[in-house]
Design a protein around this ligand. Structure first.
Ligand code: AMP
Ligand code: MG
Length: 496
């Protein structure tokens, strides 16, 4: 059924705590991702909801599972906490998927663990549905992220500000090793454990690096490059993670922990949604800088492994941090150049052209997603064989998204001149990188509100829609629209 092979459980005892899920009263399956289950080669009957609910609530442990909570530390909003750990997540085990990739299957909200501190180890339905939707949206967008395998209602209430319906989320990850996992051991001066963890991560995520001259420096560099690329992808989708604490940053390069995350509606680079991010530390535009800061924290943990000579180790680490900045800039340019239809290697002036559009969007309060999608439509309409009226309509549709639109209007001739310097129809390329549909904040709220009242159909629709975001799906047209003012979500909550 589950062909578990639990490598993390074989690591030394101080890496984790064995803990069994705490059974719940009345598990009911909310959603099961049969496609992902197949990828994971799980032999499960998608029609046997009670059995799936029993497994994915933690009520029945599948054979071969060695449930555990992982130890980790982390910087939360810049403050170091030496002991966090899985306070409400329990790793069931690892399976090797159909591509030979080892993946974790984890229950989130399955009961207390030795790391729960004052928490109850549970999750509320709302955050579980949010994580389900956003995980699958990221997969649809092609942005590395943990996946949603299932969600189960527990039939129990969880006490938050009020009593809320409880649920368990089943998450699949390339691994759950975080920067905070390294910090946990480094803060205790346990260099041996840091080395064991680094070797584990190299073996699991970066096997080629074992042959490098300095595998640990190569590891730091590889994690750094993946994060730089990942954050560039986030910015390209208008994604704001919301809690980029070091315990929420994987070493695999997958996005993890969809708490108060949100996608931009109108473009505002300083946008913050999270209610707990008072200072705007994790604002849209701050994400690359924070990514680099987090990599610096990882570098500190690895210093003793980088070089016997501390000065040389610091110098090597600084080289990696500098490279992060350069890599991010290059990745950002590559992502946004494609978004405006530049097919080949970007020119030196392309950054300015992109900035011209972004500043028009900011001033004109233009919707991030719709602007790029409409620009893709305009590129298609601009082709010589298309009727003039179609082009005028597409241009009007694009400009209408801006108020005021004068900057957007001055951007267009510059953009057209740039595209005229390359061959071929770029509208297909543009459509493939500029989604028609993202899980809009107000739609996520709608889905959660309806689910709390017993109607799962908006959730189902949203999950179905986000799976194929680059295709125009007329049946989901309503989900592509920007919020009206009264629908706008201003704040998101982590809801833990
Ligand atoms: P997060 O904000 O979800 O990344 O969680 C930060 C830390 O708080 C992690 O160590 C979690 O395991 C822990 N935590 C969050 N919610 C709960 C909860 N309901 N019960 C126990 N621990 C929790
Ligand atoms: Mg977390």
């Amino acid at each position: 059924m589950f062909n578990f092979d639990n490598s993390y459980a074989r690591l030394p005892e101080r890496f984790h705590a064995a803990v069994f899920p705490e059974p719940v009263e009345a598990p009911v399956l909310i959603k099961f991702n049969a496609t992902l289950a197949q990828e994971l080669r799980l032999q499960l009957d998608a029609d046997d909801a009670p059995r799936l609910a029993a497994f994915f609530s933690g009520n029945v442990l599948p054979s071969g599972s060695e449930p555990l909570a992982m130890a980790y530390a982390g910087h939360q909003f810049g403050n170091f906490v030496p002991r966090l750990g899985d306070g409400r997540a329990i790793l069931l085990g690892e399976v090797v998927d159909d591509k030979g990739v080892r993946r974790d299957i984890q229950l989130k909200g399955a009961g207390p663990t030795p790391y729960s501190r004052r928490g109850d180890g549970r999750a509320a339905l709302g955050p579980v549905l949010r994580e389900y939707i956003v995980s699958e949206a990221m997969a649809g967008l092609g942005i590395p992220a943990t996946r949603a395998l299932a969600a189960v209602a527990t039939g129990e209430g969880v006490q938050r500000e009020t009593v809320l319906p409880g649920a368990v989320f089943v998450r699949v990850a390339a691994s759950h090793v975080r920067i905070g996992t390294f910090q946990y051991f480094a803060a205790q001066g346990d260099t041996e454990a840091v080395r064991t963890l680094a070797d584990y991560v190299i073996d699991r995520h970066y096997p080629d690096l074992a042959q490098a001259d300095n595998p640990y420096l190569a590891l730091l560099d590889a994690v750094s490059m993946r994060q730089a690329d990942l954050i560039a992808r986030w910015l390209g989708a208008g994604f704001i993670h919301g809690v980029m604490n070091t315990d929420n940053m994987t070493v695999s390069g997958e996005t993890i922990d969809f708490g108060p995350c949100a996608f931009l509606d109108d473009y505002d680079p300083m946008k913050v949604f999270s209610s707990i991010d008072q200072q705007g530390r994790y604002a849209y535009r701050n994400q690359p800088g924070i990514g680099q800061w987090n990599i610096a924290r990882l570098a500190e943990c690895l210093l003793p492994l980088l070089d016997g000579d501390e000065e040389k180790a610091v110098e090597a680490a600084n080289g990696v941090l500098k490279a992060f900045g350069e890599r991010f800039q290059a990745a950002w340019l590559s992502v946004f150049a494609k978004k405006i239809g530049i097919a080949g290697t970007p020119d030196p002036g392309d950054g300015d052209l992109i900035q011209a559009l972004l500043s028009a969007m900011q001033e004109g309060r233009a919707d991030f997603t719709l602007t790029f999608r409409r620009l893709s439509a305009l590129a298609a309409a601009d082709r010589s064989e298309v009727e003039a009226q179609v082009r005028l309509d597409a241009e009007a549709a694009f400009l209408e998204g801006f108020a005021p639109w004068d900057k957007a209007e001055s951007f267009l001739p510059l953009w057209r001149a740039r595209l005229a310097r390359q061959e071929g129809d770029v509208s297909v390329l543009m459509r493939g990188v500029n989604p028609a549909l993202i899980p809009r904040n107000h739609r996520i709220e709608d889905a959660i509100t309806a689910a709390m009242a017993g109607d799962l159909s908006p959730f189902e629709r949203l999950v179905a829609a986000v799976a194929d975001p680059y295709t125009d799906q007329p049946e989901f047209a309503a989900l592509t629209q920007a919020p009206r003012d009264e629908e706008r979500v201003l704040r998101t909550f982590c809801g833990t």
